[in-house]
Every structure is written in structure tokens, then in C-alpha cells.
Design a protein around this ligand. Structure first.
Ligand code: HEM
Length: 467
């Protein structure tokens, strides 16, 4: 469609010029004076040469090789910004604006970079760098290629995207949440999590959700509610999976442990059969999330979607059971996230539906799972590589243990004494951030590092690319 409109536009301009040249009245400024020496005012060899020079930029080859991606990007953004969600559009004015955007895109001031292939953009290279274990490669190569250390442009999953590199970029994006940018997920991924979920809502609703969940996720929850259950699940895990073994594959071992812990803390679920069943669905869901969001049977993403539906079905059964229990018993006997979400309404007295609660629990299982599993694995690796640090951590832990009676569980005071261990964890996270980036959407045109990031562009930070 864009190509046809563009062709009409140029045709229209050429016809106007032609009429103007042949209608020259006395007193009217000649078209030659207006334009000076250019393709429509030259004749003979000079005109031929100019035409030859311009042809590569105006003919069908240019359309297929040079312009298709830019046209695709400008058209998408234009539709998103001027058509989507509107009941009425002034077609002539809007199309005129669109054609202007197309003929002189603001690209003069866009960050350097490449949009890659039409639609696919540079998505495959981006995903490849994640799956081959060098997620920083994608960013590092481009930062070097374009000589722009703070930001470069690319196209991911069909969207023009600005990649903000380094700590300044992180700070900028996180510091401008809901001002210049807002949380964004590819549509298909957002559908996996569902409505009224922390990562699919914006503005006041997101604020309310955060406020509602905080009592179950902040340090108070850790100190008052979770310590005992964490101690119990961790002891059993160490006894069954670590003790007496000369070798342990840390990542594979801690994953089921963390899932079991999350089920216990958020849902008070400790039936091993149900936890294992949910855990296996959850792994399929995670693989789907990490794949290209192509929602057709046979793809990993499709299997991930089916798994998300099955998990939510089980969560809804658990939620309904809990509702019955809460009706029959004292509410305070179940002080976990699930009860908290069932018992708390927003300022209009509206409660989250069963599905919305399931959506948010699935998000929390996801948010806390791989991040924690990767962090523990990297911590073990670093301790193995630095025996002196390991010795100090062990000394601190044994010191805390000495002050406790046999069988006495861990408490908040004990955790606060773990200063050296905590610093080691922070340093491991600083050197190996487990989250390498997340997406935002530009809410308005804004400037960064001297470049314009247009409204509607997706933005992502990169924690590993430039250090
Ligand atoms: C070492 C472990 C963890 C790391 C490195 C980590 C990292 C992050 C990062 C970087 C974000 C910001 C994402 C963004 O806004 O784009 C985030 C958000 C979030 N994380 Fe974690 N996380 C960890 C553990 C957990 C755990 C255990 C939970 C809960 C069970 C959790 C729940 C959340 C939630 C709910 C959000 C969204 C917060 C919001 O939008 O306000 N995370 N995490």
C-alpha cells in the first residue's frame, strides 16, 4: 500500500511541475529560478547524467533493496500513532503527513544501525547470540561497527528498536518509566501472561498491582513469613540433592528446588506430585518464552502457550479450593500471596478475578525462577574459582550456625548477619547480571545521546554489552 501511495505522490508532484513549466505567465517566478539547477531544470547530457545518478535511488531496485524496510517501519509507526484505536481519522491530512514522513523520515537524526531484513530485521542474530551463550555479542559487535557506544538502532520481532548500551542506558530507561517509556512485551508474549498482570499493565493499574503485591514480596515478607518455609525446603533439598555427592550440576538441581520453594511460598502447595506436574509444564512454558513468538502448532512457542493454559487451569483449581477454605476458616491461617490477592481489593472495591490472580502468580513464578537459578549457579561457580572468598563465606555461615540451638531454624536476624556473604552475592550479580535486558515502548519522541528515538519505537537496555 505504501509503495502505491508513494508512487501516486511522486506522480502528482511531477505532473504539477510539468503544468507549472508550461503555464509560465508574465510576472510569475520561473520554476527554474525556484529550483535552480536540478533534474527538472536541466536538459541534454546534463539531465541524462543527473537521471543516471538518481536512478539507483528511485527505481524498483531501490524499492526492493533500500526502501522496503524503512517504508515498513514508517508505515507501521504511522498506523500505530495516527490510526490505531481511533474512531475517526481525517484521511487526507493523515495520508499527507504519512507521505511527508515517508519522503523525509526523521531518520537524519535516528541512532546509527541497521534494520536488517524486512520484517525479521536482526531478530535471528539477536536470538542466536542469546542461545549460543554470548548474549553480549550482539550489542558489542554493533557498538563497535557503528561507533556509537550509547545507543544504536535495529529491528527486532518486526519493530524498530533502540538498544541502549551500558549503565547510562539502564538508568535512563528505568528512570523514565511511565514518563518517556513504558513496559512493553511482544503481543504474543503478553497474551501468554494475560490481562491485569504486572507486566502487561501500565499506569495506575500497574501501580495498584505493585502496591498490592509488595507486602508478599518485600523484605518484611521475607522476615515475617517466609524464613521458616525457606529453611525447611532448603534443608530437605540439600539432604536429598547435595549431601554425599562428589559432583552436582548446579543449574539443573536448583531449578526444581526454586520451583518447589515458590509453590510453597506463594500458594502453600507442598504436594510433591502436583508440584512436579506443574514444574514440568512450567519448563515447557519457559522454553516457549525463550523462542521466537510464532504461534502455530509445532513451534516451541505454541507448546509454551498450551503449557501456560494448562498451568493457569491448575492454578484456578487451587484458587477455588483456597476460596472455599477461606470461607470456612480464619483468613489469617493462610498468609501467603494467594490469600493476600484473594482478600485485597482496589480502591473501588474491585477484586482480581481468578484468572487475573493466576496470571500474576504465573508471572511471579517466571520472574523469580530463572533469575534466581542463574544467580545461584553463578555464585557457586565464582566460589569455586575463588577459594579464598569461599573460605570467608563458609566461616561467616559456620559462625552463624554456632550461635543456634540444634535444629533451630533460620531467622531474619541470622540473615542480617550475613554481610560478607551478601556482598559476595552482590558482586556476582554485578559481574554477571542474570537479566540481560527487557523491553520498553517510547511513549513520545525523545532525545538520547543526541539522537531522536521516535514515539512507538521499542527500547531495550543491555546490561552486559559495554562495561
Ligand atoms: C537474582 C534474582 C533476580 C534478579 C536478578 C531479578 C531481576 C529483575 C529485573 C532486572 C527486573 C526489572 C525488569 C524490567 O522492569 O524490565 C525485575 C522485575 C521484577 N522481578 Fe525480579 N529479579 C530477581 C528475582 C526475583 C524474584 C525472586 C521475584 C519474585 C518471586 C522477582 C519478581 C519480580 C517482579 C514482580 C518484577 C516486576 C516488578 C515491576 O514491574 O514493578 N524477581 N527483576
Amino acid at each position: 500500500m505504501a509503495a502505491t501511495l508513494l508512487a501516486f505522490f511522486f506522480l502528482f508532484i511531477i505532473v504539477c511541475f510539468f503544468l507549472q513549466i508550461h503555464r509560465k505567465k508574465p510576472g510569475t517566478k520561473s520554476i527554474t529560478t525556484l529550483f535552480g539547477k536540478c533534474i527538472i531544470t536541466c536538459r541534454g547530457d546534463e539531465a541524462k547524467w543527473l537521471r543516471k545518478m538518481m536512478l539507483p535511488y528511485l527505481g524498483p531496485d531501490a524499492l526492493s533493496n533500500r526502501y522496503s524496510v524503512t517504508m515498513d517501519v514508517v508505515t507501521r509507526l504511522h498506523i500505530q500513532n495516527h490510526w490505531e484505536g481511533r474512531n475517526e481519522v481525517k484521511v487526507f491530512n493523515t495520508v499527507k503527513l504519512y507521505l511527508f514522513e515517508l519522503a523525509c523520515p526523521t531518520s537524519n537524526n535516528l541512532p546509527p544501525g541497521s534494520f536488517g531484513w524486512p520484517f525479521l530485521g536482526e531478530t535471528l542474530e539477536f536470538i542466536r547470540s542469546q542461545t549460543d551463550g554470548t548474549p553480549e555479542r550482539f550489542v558489542r559487535e554493533r557498538v563497535e561497527r557503528y561507533g556509537s557506544p550509547l545507543v544504536f538502532k535495529t529491528s527486532l520481532l518486526g519493530h524498530p528498536t533502540a538498544i541502549f548500551s551500558g549503565p547510562e542506558g539502564n538508568k535512563f530507561l528505568f528512570g523514565n518509566e511511565n514518563k518517556l517509556v513504558a513496559m512493553w512485551l511482544p503481543e504474543a508474549v503478553g497474551r501468554l501472561f494475560g490481562n491485569r498482570c504486572l507486566n502487561t499493565t501500565r499506569g495506575d493499574e500497574a501501580k495498584w498491582l505493585r502496591k498490592t503485591m509488595l507486602p508478599c514480596l518485600g523484605p518484611d515478607a521475607l522476615s515475617n513469613r517466609y524464613c521458616i518455609a525457606m529453611d525447611e525446603v532448603t534443608r530437605l533439598h540439600i539432604q536429598s540433592q547435595w549431601e554425599g555427592r562428589s559432583e552436582v550440576t548446579v543449574f539443573d538441581t536448583v531449578k526444581p528446588y526454586l520451583f518447589e520453594l515458590a509453590c510453597r511460598l506463594f500458594l502453600n502447595l507442598d504436594d510433591p506430585r502436583r508440584v512436579t506436574e506443574l514444574g514440568s509444564l512450567f519448563n515447557t512454558f519457559l522454553k516457549g518464552l525463550g523462542s521466537l513468538p510464532i504461534d502455530i502448532p509445532g513451534t516451541q512457542f505454541y507448546r509454551g502457550k498450551r503449557a501456560a493454559i494448562a498451568i493457569k487451569k491448575q492454578l484456578i483449581m487451587i484458587i477455588n479450593q483456597r476460596k472455599l477454605t477461606l470461607k470456612q476458616e480464619n483468613a489469617s491461617s493462610f498468609e501467603d500471596l494467594l490469600s493476600h490477592l484473594l482478600l485485597n481489593s482496589d480502591e473501588n472495591g474491585q477484586f482480581l478475578s481468578e484468572m487475573e490472580i493466576a496470571n500474576n502468580i504465573l508471572l511471579l513464578l517466571f520472574a523469580g525462577h530463572d533469575t534466581s537459578a542463574v544467580s545461584i549457579t553463578l555464585l557457586m561457580k565464582c566460589l569455586g574459582e575463588h577459594p579464598d572468598v569461599y573460605k570467608n563465606v563458609l566461616k561467616e555461615q559456620l559462625g552463624i550456625l554456632e550461635g543456634k540451638a540444634p535444629g533451630e531454624v533460620l531467622n531474619w536476624e541470622d540473615i542480617q548477619k550475613m554481610r560478607y556473604s551478601w556482598n559476595v552475592v552482590c558482586e556476582v550479580l554485578r559481574l554477571n547480571p542474570p537479566v540481560i535486558g527487557s523491553f520498553r515502548e517510547a511513549l513520545v519522541d525523545f532525545e538520547y545521546a543526541g539522537y531522536t528515538i521516535p514515539k512507538g519505537w521499542k527500547c531495550t537496555h543491555d546490561t552486559k554489552g559495554r562495561r
